[in-house]
Ligand binder design. Structure first.
Ligand code: SF4
Length: 620
């Protein structure tokens, strides 16, 4: 990681821990909050963020819908809720909700008051109608407070509430509701709302059902620094258990007419930036930290992109809760303006979907980075020069390359073959010898018993799914049904077998996947059959890049791999730690790959390409 000049020398011990990949503890967090060395804190958070998200900053074209402000509760800080019959109370019909949506957006974010009279069917119909009219819009809906309200009001178990909402079309859940996991603060400010216990119960059930969720903290009111940190540590512990949180969103309290603080007592920009940075440093297992510009203001959110945040939320049409409480930012930030803010921060504006899959990249000179341990030898020491780095799973890299939004990268073999007229090979690859350990089929059936069975295919894969089809059809003579699962957590119980790749497969190969008894390594199956290596990915660059850029790429890639190979244990160390692997285990795993395209690898590509042309399997 980069060098940092510390004015507050006490922070050096925190930086050393981070460089060793060690977890920060409560006392480290207290030290960070107590320190005035804001720039050094921001630089540490930025270094950690860059390891995770490269140069990417995500945003989504979204619409916020608050179907009603009628609420049975009266939380002290809330100026949005009204009692039934109040002159400014409102209730939206499904038609009026649909009228606010357009096919151009990718996400609708639904939260609102707890209405005393609406029926359960109304909520399900709301989600179903949105999906019916706008199949491409993902629904992020209902906080844990609302889920708990539905559970009590409609006398349904929490699990059943979530199953029915998922079946209706809910994809993810927002993170609000508990505000801050402190009983002291809850009793003081929002004693009618659910506490940490119920909030975590709801989120953990959602994760078990394959519904990823988000998480928030409301800070800047009466909470202590220790309460902020304990909130983060509780989330980190839950994330270790489920892996189902997508992002953490520090929400700055908006005093407005809430009566909790005078109207002009907004959090300071220094506090906001420190909150973002400390969140990034403490929550080492969270993929994303969001700078929610609606509450932070555009200016602070923009600086936050170099203080550990990698997400700006979105265009947020229709947001009212924060603005009713006095948030200062413009209510809707147009897409072009978001792109400009992100570019001005030196980052790549990445339009995403609700799962953080990149949909559009709004910048040129992009190198795609496969974010798995097996790719570390290429990327750990890579000099970016004129390029920026976008971490992206193999299949998504292929889709972006089709739109000319990736200039070079380690492409999945299938994607390269599909676009080889537009790309030049660079002579490097990820190829196995006789096993891979990170492309695994978890199954309850032997290979020949998979005929007609349903196999869940993780969304990330482009080549591994083809290898699976080739093995099933050509080696074992059976044909299965392939169904795509989204990236990350899933409910695997409805599948007969599941194909996982990358770090998740590596982790699961060691710990096992609940309810699946058999585990097959696809590269081993291939080797036993063909006595050839298997090439999963190849380095390639667009053949219309300027010659100078091509030459530069060749030089930096060669140098990066040579330096990476000097000590595979060392380059894989930080990444491996996140997976619970020692550097020795990482070294052993990385030594199992071949990184240069040789004769045997080219022969393997030819054999596989011919098989691929013959298989019929499709993924639905
Ligand atoms: S914060 Fe939510 S639950 Fe509390 S009063 Fe406002 S709308 Fe109702």
């Amino acid at each position: 990681m980069s060098e940092i000049l510390f004015r507050d020398r006490r922070l050096e011990q925190v930086w050393e821990k981070l460089q060793r990949g060690e977890r920060l503890l409560l006392d480290d967090g207290k030290l960070l909050f107590a320190s005035n060395d804001l720039i050094a804190i921001g630089k540490m958070a930025h270094a950690v963020q860059s390891r995770r998200s490269g140069d990417a900053v995500y945003f989504v074209l979204n619409q916020k819908i608050e179907p009603t402000n009628v609420c049975v509760l009266s939380c002290k800080f809330c100026t949005f809720a009204k009692k039934p019959g109040a002159p400014d109370a409102y209730e939206m019909t499904i038609e009026s909700i649909l009228a606010k949506l357009t096919p151009a957006i990718h996400e609708v974010h639904i939260t609102g008051g707890l209405h005393p009279e609406w029926e359960w069917k109304y909520y399900l119909d709301m989600v179903r109608e949105i999906k019916k009219r706008f199949p491409n819009i993902d629904v992020k809906a209902f906080t844990a407070v609302e889920i708990d309200f539905f559970h009590k009001k409609f006398k349904l178990p929490i699990e059943e509430v979530l199953i029915q909402l998922k079946d209706a079309g809910v994809r993810t859940m927002p993170g609000g509701g508990a505000e801050i996991f402190s009983e002291r603060v809850r009793k003081l400010l929002f004693n009618q709302k659910i506490g940490a216990k119920t909030w975590f119960e709801v989120h953990k059930i959602a994760h078990r059902l394959g519904i990823p969720t988000n998480s928030t903290i409301l800070y800047g009111h009466v909470e202590t620094i220790e309460e902020r940190l304990l909130h983060m540590l509780k989330l980190r512990e839950a994330q270790d258990e489920t892996g189902g949180f997508l992002t953490f969103i520090p929400l700055a309290f908006q005093p407005g007419e809430t009566g909790i603080k005078p109207r002009d007592q907004f959090t300071s920009a220094i506090d906001d930036l420190k909150m973002i940075a400390v969140s990034r440093l403490m929550l080492d297992n969270f993929p994303h930290i969001k700078a929610y510009w609606v509450m932070l203001t555009e200016e602070v959110a923009s600086v936050a992109l170099n203080f550990g945040a990698d997400d700006m939320d979105g265009t947020v049409g229709g947001e009212r809760i924060a603005h009713d409480a006095g948030a200062l930012s413009p209510a809707t930030l147009a897409k072009e303006q978001l792109i400009k803010i992100i570019k001005d921060a030196g980052k790549i504006p990445v339009e995403r979907d609700v799962y953080y899959n990149p949909l559009e990249v709004h910048r040129s000179n992009i190198i795609g980075k496969i974010p798995y341990l097996n790719s570390v030898p290429f990327y750990e020491k890579l000099e970016k020069r004129q390029f920026r780095i976008l971490p992206v799973v193999p299949r998504r890299m292929g889709l972006l390359a089709e739109k000319n939004q990736i200039d070079a990268g380690l492409f999945s073999l299938a994607d390269y073959l599909h676009q080889q007229d537009r790309f030049d090979l660079l002579g490097y690859c990820i190829a196995t010898r006789d096993q891979v350990r990170s492309v695994m089929l978890f199954s309850n059936h032997g290979w020949r018993d998979l005929e007609g069975k349903v196999i869940g295919i993780v969304d990330d894969t482009a080549t591994s799914v083809k290898l699976l089809a080739v093995l099933l059809e050509k080696k074992f003579g059976v044909r299965a049904i392939f169904r795509r699962m989204h990236s990350g957590i899933n409910d695997y119980s409805k599948f007969d077998a599941v194909l996982l790749i990358g770090d998740e497969a590596l982790r699961r190969a060691r710990s096992g996947l609940a309810d699946f008894e058999l585990v097959f390594d696809l590269a081993t199956e291939w080797y036993d059959w063909q006595k050839l290596p298997f090439v999963f990915a190849v380095w390639a660059m667009r053949n219309d890049l300027p010659e100078a850029a091509k030459a530069e790429l060749k030089v930096v890639l060669k140098r990066a791999l040579e330096r990476g190979e000097e000590d595979l244990g060392e380059v894989g160390q930080l990444h491996a730690k996140q997976l619970g692997l020692t550097s020795e285990a990482a070294k052993e795993y990385l030594e199992g790959f071949t990184y240069r395209l040789g004769e045997r690898e080219c022969e393997a590509i030819n054999v596989f390409t011919n098989f691929m042309k013959e298989v019929q399997a499709t993924v639905s």
